[in-house]
Design a protein around this ligand. Sequence first.
Ligand code: ZN
Length: 401
Amino acid sequence: MSDTLSLISRWVDENRDHCIEFLQNIISIPSPSGEEHQVAEYIASKMNEYGYNTAKVDKLGDVMGTIKGTGSGRSFLLNGHIDHVPVGDMVDPYSGKIMDGAVFGDAGEVLYGRAACDMKGAVAAMVLAGYTLNELGIKLKGDYKVAGVALEEVGGAGTKSTIVDSQFLADVVLIGEATNMELALGHRGSMKFDVIVHGRSCHASAPERGVNALYKAMKMITKIKDELAPSLPVHPIYGKASLVVTQITVSPEASNVVPETCHFVIDCRNHPMFTDEQLYEALNRIINELKSSDLEFNATVIPGTLINERKFTGFYTDPEKNSVVDEAVKAITEAYRSPEKKIWTFATDGRIYAHLGIPVIGFGPGEEKYAHTQMDHVRVDDYLDTIKVYAWLACQICGVS
Ligand SMILES: [Zn+2]
């Protein structure tokens, strides 16, 4: 182990209590999407205390901190969102309490609370990695930048604002969304399609006089679930495309009227072997099949409601084309252990940087399966190891002067 890495590792171990307390503090400040300002201001104040050269909060509640490099190295930006999904019925969601991990089937201690895994654990580690470097007097050549962004859970406006309004960018970007300490290189794209099924309303006391759009929609949804979804293609990098009906509404909304229209929404996670045109065609094929056996069936697909700014919203940082992947594997192996390369199941703000041509890698504590659940937590050791990994990655990517 290099001297610098030993110093980083020892500093984190010796300051374990402080590191845990910092994460507990940011978990204790509620920050559902749209209400991030308070936690952003707190993080900015800590960045100042930790020796960052600049720390600011923008109008959306994004916090951005920079440790200036001495020059000539690559800049490294670590991005994590500071908003979180609603707490629902979660018990003590803002406690950040330390628990025995056995309740979750984990060895050792865990830190529990809303956003521990998704993703204040990673954000805290990013901020503290900069603090570690500063405390040890390790001067990077390139800039070390942390973006704690707002509004990720509702579409990514926070990250877009840091780029468009603040030009907060770098040569290499790391996204700290949960990877369970493995190395993520991308994810599938997202598409939302709307389908409107048409019927004919009538008094609910005599349903035979109308055509129930809800019943007709059920036929189509059944085909989507039982025939289309299982048949989606598997891509060698991105894996299987997925598709699910997530929302349904009828019109008119009256308990005593047979509905004349039924509107449902499809969430599809796709890859280059299953495009928006292919989904549009597949849905129309189902409609035509249903029409051929049911003269009263009629539906319209509203295509192309991509939730993003471009056709394919996924991304992949190809190790063949980006040497930073091998560099990251090496650094993570040295600071922690050899990571597996993987693809996130969900979408991240990483796509926004990747679409600008910036290499994006992913590494974070916590497991995807606990995100958005009542069991939101991180293993304490993973959290502390993540601080070491981020600090060591920064040394490798930015260079030490
Ligand atoms: Zn997240």
